[in-house]
Write a protein that binds this ligand. Structure first.
Ligand code: ATP
Length: 619
């Protein structure tokens, strides 16, 4: 598929070497990408565009990359787009002189605010010749919009958006508004951006040498470069660090320049579900493996930097240090003096200390509390004196120690280092309980015990050899999870997005009584409806959901909601994720999940039951 540089096409919009990338050039690439659904073609279009960027404006490569993945910074910095619909409607109205109700009507008809912005402008003749937008300026202003907070922040955001819209030409308003909404919808997955970036860097650095290479040799170089960039990025997921390193030393120098670094959270390794203990034995037969308690808390990736800073990151790389000031205070006590820096993989679980029950006078042993106790904690501005539920940390893996990444070591070696350099502290820290079981009976007893002690079940992990290295961001066969729920036949839970609500009746009159859930289909970039859910909620849950979701109500169904025949009373912005259990899957003429994959009907859930919120809007 790759064409040699002499065949690299010039884009529709060109610019001179040394000048900033025109926003119109990026938008032209987006339009071209949107016109195809073929992944290889998408990669090719973006690769060619990035080659031009590297040649003419290498300083803009980072901003271009961020605009392609619709982000503004690494996840852990927490600056995000995803501006609410009503604010964008106001900005479009003010910049085009159209009335809000007309824009809302257009939105209902077109289902895409980007298209509405485009057509609104076309109706509005521009009186002045405007200067063309450049990528660095657009990026800077998007960051400003995302960062504005406090008094009059809405007006200030609208002010910047209006100014940007006023300078837009051609298709720019469409993509600008979509970027602001946080949904580019051109079928450009982050994976493809990463691959294109790697290919563009390889080609650019080979320069004229490419012309003398055979297609096979070139294909091999591209493949090697791509694999390397992917591996390095999963260890150090920060374009802020990876892009400059790629520009400075190409893919060859990347391994030395970019390594797991305390302060930059890596995407955690995940486990595959298993339905039976025999399945575990089938997988690990004849190999060394270990079983660990699967604690029911929140994943905590703890980073300790040379300068003494201690940071706690969530499973999704959010900085949780403000949610867990108690953990930050506690952790140094479990370190041996030998420790200078580390990255620890652990589970933070709610914990009750041993106490004498004031009612009965009986001594109650210390114990794990259910996850719900932890989810009640606020996510921000938590003050140590307000904390009611104690947190205990259970360490299960060590990924970095005193300047050295440990990812390539076996689990047995990593575990040894963990136990050498950390020590249990009562009510504060312990190693995840483990046992190297070998038979169904042993695993079964250990599983029973884990559940009795308040855990979800077991994690079973490859212990030795090359298959026991730490695989960032992979859901790996080398980690299996064995939950008690699976054994009772209910299977794994599902994480689903709340996209609609149904007004409550009777006791539920003042809140939503049921909700429409959807799953995200990355191929079509759409949310597909999967079920209506009204079970598993306490009254307090329903009140909390009402408060959270009311603020996310939108004017009409988004163009990328594929709901089939489901008819909720209101729609929500897709921002809230719930964990849901189901008795079984069923085919449904109403819902659209996986439609066409196994049947002409979609898939739905039988007896769906709410378990807990999963997304970032936890109360
Ligand atoms: P789940 O709903 O099962 O937590 P998940 O998709 O969040 O699913 P999985 O890979 O399926 O993640 O399960 C691993 C999760 O279990 C980890 O993210 C971690 O939070 C938790 N956990 C608890 N104890 C352990 C342990 N000993 N080793 C690894 N993970 C553990």
């Amino acid at each position: 598929i790759f064409q040699k540089p002499s065949q690299v096409k010039e884009g529709k919009v060109t610019w001179k070497e040394g000048e900033p990338v025109p926003y119109a050039a990026l938008v032209a690439a987006f339009s071209e990408i949107q016109a195809t659904t073929k992944r290889l073609e998408i990669t090719e279009i973006l690769t060619q565009f990035l080659i031009r960027v590297i040649k003419r404006s290498p300083d803009n490569l980072l901003q271009v990359t961020y605009l392609c993945i619709n982000r503004l910074c690494p996840d852990y910095e927490g600056l995000e787009l995803g501006i609410g619909e009503s604010l964008l409607i106001k900005a479009i109205a003010q910049s085009t002189g159209r009335e809000v109700p007309r824009i809302k009507k257009d939105l209902e008809a077109q289902g895409d605010l980007g298209l509405v912005a485009l057509s609104s402008r076309k109706k509005q003749p521009t009186m002045f010749q405007v200067s063309s937008l450049k990528v660095p300026a657009v990026f800077k202003q998007l960051r400003e919009i995302a960062a504005v907070s406090g008094n009059k922040s809405q007006d200030r955001k609208i002010g910047i958006i209006k100014k940007l819209l006023a300078s837009c030409q051609g298709e720019e308003p469409k993509f600008l508004i979509r970027s602001l909404e946080g949904k580019l919808r051109i079928g450009l997955a982050e994976r493809s951006v990463l691959v294109s970036l790697a290919r563009a860097v390889v080609i650019s650095r080979l320069g004229k040498r490419v012309e003398r290479m055979s297609q096979e040799e070139l294909a091999r170089k591209l493949e090697e470069g791509t694999e390397l960039v992917k591996a390095v990025y999963s260890e150090l997921p920060s374009y802020d660090l990876v892009v400059p390193a790629l520009l400075a030393s190409g893919t060859e120098g990347l391994r030395d320049a970019c390594k797991l670094t305390p302060g930059v959270p890596l995407k955690p390794m995940l486990a595959k579900p298993t339905k039976a203990i025999t399945e575990v034995l089938d997988r690990f037969e004849g190999k060394a493996f270990t079983c660990e308690y699967k604690y029911d808390g929140e994943r905590a990736q703890v980073h300790y930097l040379d300068d003494g800073r201690l940071l706690v990151f969530s499973r999704n790389s959010e900085n949780m240090s403000v949610k867990y000031p108690d953990l930050v205070e506690q952790i140094p006590r479990c370190l041996e003096p030998s420790v200078k820096s580390f990255v620890l993989d652990a589970e933070a679980a709610a914990w009750r200390k041993a106490e004498v029950d004031p009612q009965t006078g009986k001594a109650e042993p210390a114990r794990l509390l259910p996850f719900q106790e932890l989810s009640r904690r606020k996510r921000k501005d938590v003050k140590a004196e307000d904390i009611k539920v104690k947190v205990k940390l259970f360490g299960f893996d060590l990924l970095y120690l005193n300047g050295q990444p440990l990812l390539g070591m076996s689990l047995a070696e990593r575990r040894k280092l963990l136990r050498q350099h950390f020590k249990p502290v009562e009510d504060e820290f312990d190693f995840a309980r483990s046992e190297d079981c070998t038979s169904v009976e042993e695993i079964s007893t250990f599983l029973e015990n884990s559940v009795k002690e308040g855990c979800e079940g077991l994690m079973v992990k490859m212990l030795d050899g090359p298959d026991s290295t730490y695989e960032p961001s992979r859901r790996s066969m080398n980690w299996l999870k064995l939950k008690k729920d699976y054994l009772s036949g209910t299977g794994d839970s599902l994480d689903l997005v709340v996209i609609g609500g149904y007004y409550g009746k009777g006791k539920r009159t003042n809140v939503y009584g049921a909700f429409l859930l959807a799953c995200y289909d990355a191929d079509s970039e759409s949310y597909q409806s999967i079920c209506k859910i009204g079970t598993g909620f306490t009254e307090a849950d329903l009140d909390a959901h009402y408060t959270t979701l009311k603020a996310l109500e939108i004017t009409s169904k988004k163009g990328y909601y594929d709901v089939g025949d489901a008819k909720p009373d209101v729609y929500f912005d897709a921002k809230v994720v719930w964990e849901v259990l189901t008795a079984d899957l069923s085919l449904s003429p109403v819902y659209t999940a996986a439609k066409g994959l196994v049947d002409h009907r979609g898939i739905s859930l039988r007896f769906p039951r709410f378990i807990r919120p999963r997304g970032r809007y936890w109360s």
